[in-house]
Design a protein around this ligand. Structure first.
Ligand code: GRF
Length: 190
């Protein structure tokens, strides 16, 4: 059984979906949630789902080994980012090569990079009058949204789709594909 830690900064609906997915699987389980946001709703979800949750500051992540030590302590094999807004430091990336996975709510390389997260992404897609959007699941490197792409899928957009509707369509793709793609990655690596 592989051990997954999820990093999330906000609502945590993907985190909850991933936790529930792996509850009925032999491959892996989510054993830890980490957040940099003490007000994040993901903390409420973690408590409800009885998963330990660690809150840390961005300075702790950037300037100390505190988080790496906690990952060691919990014997974490894979790190999944689900709406996590800070950059993962090099020390963690080097310790978990090809073991850190992120989801981006658009079709990278479009609409990625620093500041492109959550509703900002959907607003940008809306203003550009795109005919499609989608999700990108990728490995994490030291730059925002630039790691190797593992999986992409799209949804079509209608001219009347507001940023809220676009977000809803993209969320549906996330819920459907993110847990399954994580499971595939874990099954296919050593
Ligand atoms: C998702 O759209 C994810 O793709 C992005 O941030 C959002 C997080 O939503 N990286 P939630 O916190 O899982 O509800």
């Amino acid at each position: 059984m592989k051990r997954i830690a999820i990093f999330a900064s906000g609502n945590g609906s993907n985190a909850e979906n991933i936790i529930n997915h792996f509850r009925s699987k032999q491959t892996a389980e989510v054993v830890l949630i980490l957040t940099n946001n003490k007000k994040a709703f993901v903390k409420v979800r973690a408590e409800r789902l009885r998963i330990p949750c660690i809150t840390f500051t961005s300075a702790e992540l950037k300037e100390t080994d505190a988080i790496l030590n906690r990952l060691n302590e919990f014997r974490i094999d894979y790190i999944v980012l689900a709406g996590f807004l800070l950059l993962i430091p090099a020390s963690i990336i080097q310790t978990y090569p090809k073991k850190i996975i992120n989801i981006h709510p658009a079709l990278l390389p479009k609409y990625g990079g620093k500041g492109m997260y959550g509703d900002f992404v959907h607003q940008a897609v809306y203003h550009a009058q795109e005919k499609i959007s989608g999700i990108t699941i990728h490995y994490v490197n030291e730059y925002y949204d630039e790691g190797t792409i593992i999986f992409q899928t799209s949804c079509s957009l209608l001219p009347a789709d507001t940023p809220e509707i676009i977000a809803q369509k993209v969320h549906e793709l996330e819920y459907k594909h993110y847990p399954a793609e994580i499971e595939k990655i874990i099954n296919h690596s050593d």
